[in-house]
Design a protein around this ligand. Structure first.
Ligand SMILES: CC(C)(COP(=O)(O)OP(=O)(O)OC[C@H]1O[C@@H](n2cnc3c(N)ncnc32)[C@H](O)[C@@H]1OP(=O)(O)O)[C@@H](O)C(=O)NCCC(=O)NCCS
Length: 293
């Protein structure tokens, strides 16, 4: 294998095109135990919608080197007429509406205005090209894509629990495990659990993150009182939302856009306060997501 620096200088990153499909399919077959359908590869190559959610965005890392079949003359004159090109890494993702995973994903503490999150569908690097920073570069580019959507404030993914290399990789790239979902994947006649991971963008703060304020509260012993007050506020919001929700539903069965955002905020409150509803929701959601991959 050539020096890593030389290899890295020969890698370009670009959008996937339809001609890449066969190569991309072979790489997926090698990397993942799940078989993806034709619709998935078409969406990746054409940037079209997939699984009832947003358009798929796919970046490939291509290694380009001079073909060893170049003549000596071509090499001497620097004529780079023939090149060997192969895809050595890729990431696919799509912006999904927050309502798709609202109850799974805690809203950032300084949430501002957001109604979507970037969902990483697949990521991989050719085994001979790992540990060179290609995976990191792909994550950065996907995040940049997410940043172009003004209301997308987080990146979100599922990783099978036994894939320790990938879990470590995501943590090093700033992701946090939110929770484990048992039996999320099904293949080879067996169920496998996964971790749900998240990384917030654009300065949005993780609600679990300790700030100087929460540290001060904990240090001064006031944390308990603060938590009690926050919960009371949430309870007030739930009661308010429940009454305004039933009123709006009785007066108008077609939900307006503003009603939808109200629904979303109810979802986030449920996330913290209604364990039974959350469990019911998770069961539904797990079935839905299994049908997507
Ligand atoms: C997970 C995966 C995508 C990582 O890809 P990668 O290109 O190796 O990622 P990176 O090179 O950015 O980082 C991987 C490791 O290499 C290290 N690394 C990066 N550049 C390096 C360098 N120049 N020299 C040595 N190590 C380096 C990183 O620090 C990282 O190690 P760490 O996690 O211990 O910090 C890759 O292992 C893979 O394709 N796995 C199979 C498919 C898969 O499981 N996908 C995830 C499904 S959820």
């Amino acid at each position: 294998m050539k020096a890593e620096k030389e290899i890295k200088s020969q890698i370009i990153y670009r959008k996937m095109v339809p001609d890449d499909t066969n190569e991309v399919r072979l790489l997926h077959d090698e990397w993942f135990p799940i078989k993806y359908n034709d619709e998935f590869y078409t969406s990746m190559a054409q940037g079209t919608e997939f699984g009832g959610a947003g358009p798929v965005f796919c970046i490939v890392a291509v290694h380009e080197e001079l073909s060893p079949t170049n003549t000596e003359e071509e090499e001497e004159t620097g004529q780079e007429t023939r090149k060997n090109k192969k895809i050595v890494g890729l990431i696919s993702a799509q912006v999904q509406a927050l309502s798709t995973f609202g109850r799974d994903l805690p809203l950032p503490s300084n949430k501002g205005c957001w109604d979507g999150a970037l969902y990483i569908l697949t990521i991989g690097t050719h085994k001979e090209f790992r540990k060179m920073g290609i995976g990191h570069e792909l994550v950065v580019r996907a995040e940049q894509f997410g940043q172009t959507h003004p209301t997308c404030m987080a990146v979100f993914l599922h990783v099978i629990t036994y894939n320790e290399v990938a879990i470590e990789f995501y943590k090093r790239n700033g992701f946090r495990v939110l929770k484990e979902i048992p039996g999320y994947y099904y293949f080879d006649s067996k169920h496998f659990g996964c971790y749900l991971c998240v990384k917030y963008l654009k300065g949005a703060r993780d609600p679990g993150e300790r700030t100087w304020f929460t540290a001060l509260l904990s240090f001064s012993g006031l944390e308990f009182i603060f938590n009690f007050l926050s919960k009371t506020c949430d309870l007030t919001k739930i009661l308010h939302n429940a009454s305004s929700d039933s009123a709006s539903k009785s007066s108008n069965t077609d939900l307006e856009l503003s009603d939808l955002s109200e629904e979303k905020s109810n979802i986030s409150i449920l996330n913290y306060n209604d364990t039974q509803k959350l469990q019911e929701y998770e069961a539904e959601r797990t079935d839905e997501l299994k049908s997507i991959v």
